[in-house]
Design a protein around this ligand. Sequence first.
Ligand code: ATP
Ligand code: MG
Length: 391
Amino acid sequence: MKEIILAKNGEIALKGLNRRKFEEVLMRNIKWRLREFGPVKITCMQSTIYIAPEDCDFYDFDGAIAALRNVFGIASISRAAVLEKNMDDILSHVCDYVENDLFDARSFKVEAKRSDKSFPLKSPEIAAEVGGKILSRFHRLKVDVHNPDVTVMVEIRDKGAYIHAGSIPGPGGMPVSSSGEAMILISGGIDSPVAAYMMAKRGLALSAIHFQSPPYTSERALEKVVSLCEELTPYTGRIPFYCVPFTELQEALKEHCPEELFTVMMRRLMMKIATRIAEQKDIKALVTGESLAQVASQTLDALHCTDNATSLVVLRPLIGMDKGEIIKISREIGTFDTSILPYEDCCTVFTPKHPCTKPKLGVLEKAEQRFDYEPLIEKAIAGTEFRMITG
Ligand code: ATP
Ligand code: MG
């Protein structure tokens, strides 16, 4: 029997004239995500994406469905039998097809949807006939229309009839890249990978930028950040990754700036470099894992000073979340175990004992005038290494 995967669109279905564009992005993302499972034909009709494997008998449906559960833009996923659009075909196959799903069930209901109005039976009549057939085969089952253990769906659509025993939820959100592109400042910590995940969920494609300070930070610290990016690719798609050598700038800062301002001045330098690299790629927003009041560099005054170092939009999806909530997401998306590996980040190098929690922009700008960091910024950008992370 031929089978198919139906992926229903979430928010996209509410879009007006642009809907087709969003659907095309979603179909492209699905194709990329399923590339390892073999050839499929992907089409979209009536807010549903049809994923039809060329070779149904050998297709890894479970693997493909697990992958689709991470593709933003999908509201629900069902594996369905594809049947002829007539009651004979439906009634002769329905019991065999849903038998496994009904194995533990005590009650069920049948729901029919008929988007092809030329089909001779109306939805309640289809449901009644199919329900009768199931009852006559599985005597222990009862119909419960309010709270059934299993709902058997019969969908009569333009191209065929589809039967399935319910759907599993997709991740929701918007298709990655349908909202444009941003650059995530990624450290090896818990927060920034979660921030990347959350902005990808709102439809942003992501590039990543990481600042490393060898020999204060090790090669393994860098590999940890690369691993985090790899772990994000099932959600984000491939990630262009920029690694900026930051040692000289940090050393110059330490030498020339007031110790208590070190962290916020370092964050301003990160913003300046990220902005220049982002602008070269026509990227309009930066993303950080900052959360209000988490540390001294994330007070309102500090964030004001950081924002002032860039003309780009700064997105901070974790701003109102506490650490427990962030950790919960980090575990769910699978980055937590890597994030807690104990390698130094450049942020922990030269950390002041008593960082200023209320930095003033004017004071920072004056301190910045004490040394000519422009050539060092140029040098850091020139020494930036690029790699494409495909997962
Ligand atoms: P995280 O868990 O993401 O490391 P954090 O609570 O440790 O966050 P900070 O170290 O103050 O916070 O960093 C705040 C944000 O600055 C990070 O979420 C990240 O976006 C950015 N950041 C910090 N260090 C780096 C780095 N080495 N390279 C790129 N971005 C960084
Ligand atoms: Mg950090």
